[in-house]
Ligand binder design. Sequence first.
Ligand code: SF4
Length: 84
Amino acid sequence: MREGVCRDSAPEVFFPHDGAGVALAQQVCRGCPVRAECLEFAIDNRIADGVWGGRSERARRRVVRGREVDMTFVADGWRWQGCQ
Ligand code: SF4
């Protein structure tokens, strides 16, 4: 992402090996103007590794699961919760 604040950062920062590394990457992402687009890119392309859009791999899986639950609500006629 050309407009990302990470454009001058080392790529390794966004592929951390522990929670402290994830927190550091998230700190960089926090002020990024293309955070939402970055997250959607990672989800759309099923990127499993790294921190994208300020979300870890685990956090992205939670976002996807949350959206799947929302779709179930629509199919069952329950109140739609919308996408995150
Ligand atoms: S959200 Fe994070 S990883 Fe994505 S472009 Fe911005 S700084 Fe880079």
